[in-house]
Each structure stands twice: as structure tokens, then as C-alpha cells.
Design a protein. Structure first.
Length: 210
């Protein structure tokens, strides 16, 4: 479980860092806080013929950033990959991927990692046919396992610059059900029992940094 948490946390940190304002001038103290909730869904199934493998992966991220004394901001991102592979002919039929900004109204989070609902549409590009098409996502994650936490505290000092960073990662195994569809094919005909909900929050205090 922890490698997946770290992977998704790194993804969220990339978003946070990309949108982070520049630090205060040398000698000043700068504070930066972040938080995110991610729902992750992997799914694979084989059709009755035993030939066609259907795979789908979806992640929905809600991110909160705050650089005091300014106001906090909230944004979202969704990414999806769907694929079809024919075992009988050893041919990949479809391999499509897409990502898009996610309105916060499309990702609803309830309780202490108890449930997440994602309802949105993503335009994806299929590498096999070279075409774009829409994927319609309507999924619900429901937490089934215990909440696992991983807390870290790191201090860095170099050339007069001091960083104090704290992270609190939490994850919970979940069952996800619903549809990921192109309007014809439902890539998730059965629930996924290997889904995950995870939350990440932390903060950084720095001083003496340009």
C-alpha cells in the first residue's frame, strides 16, 4: 500500500510545487500549506470469450493550497486511461489516455475517507487509431479497510536557507463501482475491490531563502 501512497503523493506534490508562489526575500519567513484527497481506481476484466482484456485506471484529485496571509485556493485534476487487448490475436485494440482540470463539484468527498464520488467527462487520445474521444466517468468509492497513516518530518539546511517540512499521509482501501464508458463500451462491468482513497496534508516553513 505505501508505495502507491508515495507515488500519488509525489504526483500531488508536483502539482503543489508547480503552483507555488516564489518564496519571501532572504531573512523573511515563508509559510506554505497544502492538502489533497485522491481517489484511485484500477480495473481489469476478461470478456466471456477469454480473448478481450479490458483495463481502466482513473484518478481524481482535489488539491488545497494556502500561502498565508493570502486566501487558500482549491483546484482539481482527473486522469484516465482505458485499453483493450486481444489475447487471441496478440493485438492491442485501444490505448487511450487523457487528463483535465476537475471542477470541485465533480468530486464529492464524504467523511474520514469514507466515500468519494466522481462524475465527469474527459477527452482522451487513442494511440492506436490516432483519434480523440470522450470518456464518461461515474464512479463511487466506499472505504472498506482501516485507515493507514504515515507521518514524516524533515528539516533541511543549506547556504543559510532553512526548511521545516511536515507531511501526514493517510490511505484506505476501498471498493469502487460505477461506469467508465465511451458511450458504447463500459470499461468497468464489475466493481473494483483494489481501489484506494488517500489524503495528504502538510506544511512548509522556510527562512533565509531567496
Amino acid at each position: 500500500m505505501k508505495p502507491m501512497i508515495k507515488l500519488l503523493a509525489a504526483f500531488a506534490l508536483l502539482l503543489a510545487t508547480f503552483g507555488q508562489p516564489s518564496t519571501a526575500s532572504a531573512g523573511d519567513v515563508s509559510t506554505f500549506k497544502w492538502g489533497s484527497v485522491t481517489a484511485y481506481f484500477p480495473f481489469t476484466s476478461i470478456d466471456p470469450s477469454g480473448c478481450l482484456i479490458t483495463s481502466a485506471t482513473v484518478g481524481g484529485v482535489e488539491e488545497r493550497l494556502h500561502t498565508p496571509p493570502g486566501k487558500a485556493s482549491t483546484s482539481g485534476l482527473v486522469y484516465v486511461q482505458v485499453s483493450l487487448f486481444n489475447l487471441c490475436t496478440d493485438t492491442r485494440v485501444l490505448n487511450a489516455f487523457g487528463s483535465a482540470p476537475l471542477p470541485t463539484s465533480d468530486l464529492k468527498i464524504t467523511g474520514n475517507l469514507s466515500s468519494v464520488t466522481l462524475t465527469t467527462t474527459v477527452n482522451v487520445f487513442d494511440q492506436i487509431s490516432g483519434t480523440f474521444f470522450d470518456v464518461f466517468i461515474d464512479l463511487t468509492w466506499r472505504g472498506t479497510g482501516e485507515i493507514i497513516r504515515d507521518r514524516t518530518h524533515d528539516v533541511f539546511n543549506f547556504e543559510g536557507c532553512h526548511f521545516n517540512i511536515r507531511d501526514d499521509l493517510a490511505s484506505r482501501s476501498a471498493q469502487a463501482s460505477g461506469t467508465i464508458s465511451d458511450g458504447t463500451i463500459n470499461f468497468t462491468p464489475e466493481p473494483s475491490i483494489s481501489a484506494t482513497i488517500f489524503a495528504w496534508q502538510g506544511g512548509e516553513v522556510s527562512h533565509g531563502c531567496d
